[in-house]
Design a binder for this molecule. Structure first.
Ligand SMILES: CC(=O)N[C@@H](C)C(=O)N[C@@H](C)C(=O)O
Length: 719
């Protein structure tokens, strides 16, 4: 087949990859019925080989009926180079900015700034204060919270460690057994012999993040304090003020017996804590033995909500919404785990990482984005009754993300496999059906794939076990051929990673790119994906390498049966567990797939058990209970190997491209390197690309673009 040229592929990549992705968006009331929308975006810059960040501002007015009036785009795109966190104060009059700057010597320093509507009014050099290590700005631990009196800022940073010095450092020889008091006079404590002590961190994408502690900056004094009374061996994150600023509430993850990788893993043992700042007493609010996260107070400060799910088993699960009554301390599960959604009760449960800080429509209703089968959707939850209302279900946009709410003005971001992110606003009706919202776009999607159409098909598994659980596949087709029969197109079957994650009907860069270049794409949400009920998730552990494989194959065959695809030109792709599946497909269906392209694949669970930052994944997905002692029997090793792609290596014929991140801690490169070598030793065509300074996602701008071009040339050469 004459595929589009490499030059065409480069052009299409430049167009599609230029789509900005939303980092954050918030509403500020700036006048009677006037609101400003501040959004920060991330966009690939292929020339500078970096992701640039920029801020956009829009003005929204409400008319006399409280409906959306004007939407004004003052065209104020401003590139942001050093902002790490931004938080507006409760009054909206002040803005806190965490900024990272390199000084003249090239050393990074962090500043906490406060701006009013005229200028910068506070500027604290946190690094120079030397009260803590780096401030955390990540999505797992990071926070930046104003006290209600707007005189203090709360954030988390690396706990300051005593300075480790050598026993042979002559400059330290002043203090000695004869004159120990000399040591005591030193400003900071020093420890001899600890220079090379291993300090475990929280793993992939959280490297160097060991022991975060809460920090309080007093804007009047410019001083930072680390509260006393913190629990031992707990990593603090997501900290917020108690309503009267008398204390803080935070999520604490257990460090002992050792840390397991945290990113993409919502099953890490944790608790919600309340620290009273004056008495320095710290109490746990949540029950022990769970994984909890994202504490948020109601506007009237009467209730605290947080998310809870098991700290055992799958890394992503259906969660509970917990309501904690602040005065009475009564705790209630207001939304429970959903095992199997039904036609009558289609709500599939809660699949949420963190609530937005402004997620309250009123003191009884919260707004949240959650996976709902193959779509990300916005729901409203009545936290007294647990009633769930789906607010976004329109056919034209696939997936929605809730951003902010002020009074009844809601800010959201929507996209689809053929339309990049678009900010929209709407007014939630005061009466009647709150899902009747007239959404108004603030801008057009920057990328619209007008010659691609997408759909979602539902499939029933063919295996007897777990066969009452259906699954879905998102299909992208070139519009030109959607109705025609004469020209059969090549197919790429895509498996997502996790395995407990999901392809959502949002903007999907790689599938959209390949579809633009003439391929049919099938993105498979196999059993075990989130968004389909807990029973689906629980159906996979112990059956990886069979259930997930059979579902991916069933999806491929279902698309072929639609008549558009040339069954002789089918490729398979996926990263991480998606790489586990793509290498399984070419081993178990060696004549069906003619090419394989995979990113950081899991190829041998037995080998992975003692490497990588989440050994628990290996045992969990192989159907075993994880224990921190990890003492597997020979039989357990055999089971882990036998459910791995490496067990099928002798059958592989498909030319296989592997793309590895040299810094990957989640799935160490050796998994891909060994698979590549085993193919070479068997004379199977294979190519391995190793991307330095890239980890599990391989998402540095230059590496990501290079991956795509190599994927394209590999597939077009072998289909
Ligand atoms: C929990 C986890 O990280 N699993 C990995 C093996 C994986 O599949 N990661 C996904 C999120 C990926 O696509 O990288």
């Amino acid at each position: 087949m004459d595929f589009p040229s490499v030059e065409r592929a480069v052009k299409v990549y430049r167009e599609c990859a230029s789509a900005p992705s939303l980092s954050s968006a918030s509403l500020q009331k700036t006048g009677d019925s006037v609101f400003s929308v501040h959004s920060t975006w991330s966009q690939r810059d292929l020339e500078r080989e970096c992701n640039i960040k920029y801020r956009q501002t829009h003005i929204v007015t409400l008319d006399s009926n409280g409906q959306i009036g004007d939407v004004i785009d003052p065209g104020t795109n401003t590139e942001l180079n050093s902002e790490q966190l931004v938080r507006w104060s409760p009054s909206g009059k002040l803005k806190a900015v965490l900024r990272k700057i390199k000084d003249k010597k090239g050393d990074e320093k962090q500043y906490l700034e406060v701006w009013n509507n005229i200028a910068k009014i506070h500027n604290i050099n946190l690094t120079a204060l030397d009260k803590h290590g780096k401030v955390y700005e990540d999505g797992e631990f990071g926070c930046l919270e104003w006290s209600s009196c707007e005189s203090q800022l709360l954030y988390v940073a690396e706990k300051k460690q005593p300075k480790a010095v050598s026993y042979f450092d002559k400059s330290k020889e002043g203090g000695s057994e004869e004159n120990p008091e000399t040591d005591a006079k030193k400003k900071d404590p020093e420890v001899k012999g600890d220079q090379f002590v291993h300090r475990q961190d929280w793993g992939e994408l959280l490297v160097g993040k060991h022991s975060p502690v809460p920090c309080i900056l007093n804007l009047q004094t410019g001083q930072v304090t680390i509260p006393e009374g913190l629990p031992n061996d707990v990593s603090v994150g997501q900290a917020i003020w108690t309503p009267d600023d008398s204390g803080i509430v935070f999520t604490g993850w257990e460090n002992e017996p050792y840390r397991l990788g945290l990113i993409y893993c919502r099953n890490r043992r944790s608790a919600i804590y309340h620290l009273d700042l004056s008495s320095q007493t710290c109490n746990t609010i949540s029950i022990t033995g769970q994984s909890v996260r994202s504490p948020v107070f109601s506007p009237d400060a009467s209730k605290l909500i947080y998310i809870q799910n098991s700290c055992h088993g799958p890394h992503m699960q259906c969660a509970q919404l917990i309501v904690y009554h602040w005065e009475s301390k009564e705790t209630k599960v207001t939304v429970d785990i959903v095992q199997r959604p039904t036609e009558g009760r289609p709500f599939p449960g809660l699949y949420v990482g963190r609530f937005e800080q402004q997620c309250w429509l009123d003191n009884e209703t919260i707004l949240v984005s959650t996976a709902w089968r193959s779509s990300q959707t916005i729901i409203a939850i009545n936290i007294c009754t647990g009633e769930v209302t789906r607010l976004t279900n329109g056919p034209d946009f696939g997936s929605w993300m809730f951003c902010d709410i002020k009074q009844r003005l809601i800010l959201a971001c929507r996209s689809s496999p053929t339309r990049s992110a678009q900010l929209v606003v709407g007014v939630i009706p005061q009466e009647g059906d709150i899902s009747c919202i007239n959404w108004k776009p603030l801008h057009e999607s920057s990328v619209i794939l007008s010659d691609v159409i997408w759909s979602v098909i539902t499939l029933k598994p063919k295996t007897e076990q777990g066969s009452d659980i259906d699954f879905e596949t998102i299909i992208l087709k070139p519009k030109a051929n959607s109705g025609s029969q004469e020209k059969k197109l090549p197919l790429i079957v895509w498996a997502h990673g996790g395995p407990h994650s999901v392809f959502s009907t949002g903007y999907l860069l790689l599938p959209g790119l390949f579809c633009q270049l003439g391929f049919v794409i099938a993105c498979v949400n196999y059993r075990g994906s989130i968004g389909f009920g807990q029973a689906s998730i629980d159906s996979l552990p112990g059956f990886v390498g069979t259930h997930d494989v059979k579902d991916v194959q069933a999806a491929a065959e279902a698309v072929i049966e639609q008549g558009l695809v040339d069954r002789e030109r089918v490729a398979v792709s996926g990263g991480s567990h998606g790489g586990f599946l793509s290498t399984h497909m070419i081993g178990q269906y060696p004549d069906f797939y003619k090419a394989c392209i995979t990113r950081n694949p899991v190829t041998n669970l037995a080998d992975k058990l003692f490497c990588g930052d989440i050994p628990d994944l290996t045992m969990t997905e192989a159907g075993m209970d994880f224990d921190f002692k990890i003492a597997p029997s020979a039989e357990m090793y055999a089971k882990m190997f036998n459910c791995s792609p490496m067990a099928h290596i002798d059958k592989v014929r498909a030319p296989t491209l592997l793309m590895l991140g040299s810094d990957d801690l989640r799935v160490p490169p050796q998994q891909g390197i060994r698979y590549h070598e085993m193919l070479k030793a068997r004379g199977v065509k294979t190519r391995l690309l190793m991307y330095p300074d890239n980890s599990h996602p391989i998402n540095k701008v230059d590496a990501e673009a290079d991956c795509f071009m190599n994927m394209y040339t590999w597939i077009t050469e072998h289909l």
